[in-house]
Design a protein around this ligand. Structure first.
Ligand SMILES: [Zn+2]
Length: 387
């Protein structure tokens, strides 16, 4: 069997989960009003939930072509609400309108679907508000909660949902999707899927965007370049600067649009200077945007740390003579050089240093400090011996 097509075509490598969801969409006895979809980052939780929503709205259980299917997948179906929060936590103020919405019958579709992308972020009080809605469901309402793992969701919520677990998709499945959907060359697709650790979104970016590939190579090259403390400090500075640029590039457009919208709402568009009474509003927005940029930079840096870890993992694989594929096949020459010039023990110590930097970054240590300390610990290329 080649697996179900239609709306499920892009839910790759998740056959067991798709089987459960597809069955529920066509069999009332297999259906329930609250679902919890869990899976590691990049496994496609919210993709799977969207496909499920489309299958529920479709007269044929998810043909992929009809109006119900295409509007649901495009995010424009009037009865499918997707909740993605910018805030660290989902608050009562954001949850209450959802609960009210859930009481209403669908306007055009077969179901009213409320899809929460970060169900691990419900504030305790917000969860209590939601709990009532899950306990007394409206007849045609379906809640779809997504989270990294069941343990990330409050037990009171979890216990009222049917759980479906996604897994990390196999390299072959991710590569096949990149080839089929994005027209990417099979060899490039495989390298990208492997390098991205099977994170579908990152794999696609790596395969399609030369700038992303170049940034990743620069991060990995760091492992081969750092010899002395001076090198380490310079490399760390460059890495932090690049991550800031990448984070800014991804948020700048949105920041400008939000500012425009706010000025419009305040009636201050096109004024040469802001009236003092409006300044605090704009300052508030600027602070929110700055916080978002900081978070985004930390995400970019963490991604770089994971890339470095994958490189040292490859070095270790070579040093231990394990017969498994390299994650970074494109960097094989550097991997072999590093493996020949150091011991497995040194490699493990370097992996610890990267891990420590990740912990520090997550704990709000200034990025430059955390990355500098890491780069100094990574020092000592092939020419160094011992400690
Ligand atoms: Zn359809």
């Amino acid at each position: 069997m080649s697996g179900p097509g239609g709306v499920w075509a892009e839910v790759v490598g998740q056959e067991p989960a798709v089987q459960v969801l597809a069955a529920a969409a066509v069999d009332p006895a297999a259906m329930t009003h609250a679902w919890l979809l869990t899976g590691p980052p990049g496994s496609g939780r919210s993709n799977a939930a969207r496909a499920f929503a489309a299958a529920l709205q479709c007269e044929q259980g998810g043909c992929g072509h009809c109006h119900a299917c295409t509007t649901t997948l495009a995010g424009t179906h009037p009865d499918v609400t997707v909740v993605a929060t910018e805030h660290v936590m989902l608050r009562v103020e954001e949850t209450r309108p959802l609960v009210e919405l859930a009481q209403r019958s669908p306007s055009a579709g077969r179901w009213r679907v409320i899809l929460v992308e970060d169900a691990d972020r419900f504030h305790d009080r917000a969860a209590n508000v939601l709990l009532k809605a899950l306990e007394e469901p409206a007849p045609r309402t379906v809640w779809m909660l997504c989270a990294p793992s069941p343990h990330d969701v409050l037990v009171t919520l979890r216990s009222r949902c049917r759980a479906v677990a996604l897994r990390t998709p196999p390299v072959e499945a991710v590569a096949a999707l990149l080839v089929a959907r994005d027209g990417i060359d099979p060899a490039v697709a495989r390298v990208a899927a492997q390098a991205a650790g099977c994170h579908v979104g990152i794999a696609r970016r790596l395969a399609r965007d030369p700038a992303t590939r170049a940034r990743r190579s620069a991060v990995l090259a760091l492992a081969g370049q750092v010899r002395g403390v001076g090198d380490a400090v310079m490399a760390a500075g460059r890495l932090v600067e690049t991550s800031r640029e990448e984070a800014t590039a991804s948020t700048a457009e949105r920041d400008a649009a939000e500012r425009q919208e706010l000025l419009h709402a305040l009636g201050a568009e096109g004024l040469p200077t802001l009236p003092p009474a409006l300044r605090s509003q704009v300052r508030q927005l600027e602070e929110d945007q700055k916080r978002r940029a900081t978070r985004s930079q930390r995400d970019v840096l963490d991604r770089a740390m994971l890339d470095l870890l994958s490189l040292y993992r490859d070095v270790l694989v070579v040093q231990l003579g394990a017969a498994v594929d390299l994650v970074n096949a494109e960097q094989e020459a550097m991997v072999r050089e590093l493996a020949a010039g150091s011991t497995a023990e040194q490699t493990l110590r370097r992996m610890d240093a990267v891990g420590l930097a990740r912990t520090r970054l997550a704990g709000n240590v200034a990025p430059l400090l955390a990355v500098e300390a890491m780069a100094i610990a990574l020092r000592g290329g092939p020419s160094r011996t011992g400690k």
